[in-house]
Design a protein around this ligand. Sequence first.
Ligand SMILES: [Zn+2]
Ligand SMILES: [Zn+2]
Ligand SMILES: [Zn+2]
Ligand SMILES: [Zn+2]
Length: 241
Amino acid sequence: MSDNIIKDPEVILCDMCAEEERKPARKTCMKCEISMCVQHLQAHLTTPVLLQTHPLTEPMALCGTTKCPQHGKLLEYYCLDDMTCVCVSCAIEDQHRLHNMKTFSTAHTELMEKLKTEQKALLGKTDDENVSLEKWEKSEREKLGQCSVSLIEAVTKLRDLSLTSVQSSVSTRMVAIKTSKKSMQAAQDETDTFRFLQMYSQVHQDVEKAKAVDLRKGLEPGSDRDKLVQEIRQSENTPKY
Ligand SMILES: [Zn+2]
Ligand SMILES: [Zn+2]
Ligand SMILES: [Zn+2]
Ligand SMILES: [Zn+2]
């Protein structure tokens, strides 16, 4: 074998190293739009003006994601109203002018806090509703279990039918909550500010979907199921001749 060096396309290489010996990049400068190895990163880490005005991120492939598609300028701010990264022109003179704007790092911190709060609230919601679903099922089984032997077969069928239908619709709704939990976790595990902000709007959508879920729907009294149970109870009490 003449070439046993495996080139991993996932590894971001330093843009400043000589072409034939490019080292893996340690950071990417969003302003210069280059990735740099430890050695070539020094200027960015030691020059005060570069430190202040050149945001560094974890090494990433830059394919136009850091420039504003409208103004061609560096994306520097995060618009909380639109949940999108914007450039300085967007921020001061265009459609985001009156919007709530933050620097990337402030937005990252604030949204992370928000996610944690929402995660807690959602966790409480599922715990609470899991318990009430179990309770509901138990009391329902008890109620139905009291029906007479002559009707036991019909009741069993009805019971299984109604429980299965409610359970399956509840578990469908649980999926939305599970999805949001997963994406919230992924966002919280993302250490890179820019990538976090890019994924946030999807996370937000997932959370909103989960928040809109009403797990109790279908479990409330007065549904057709209850009427059916009533009818069975009544026919059970009707004297037989
Ligand atoms: Zn280098
Ligand atoms: Zn730079
Ligand atoms: Zn712009
Ligand atoms: Zn905006």
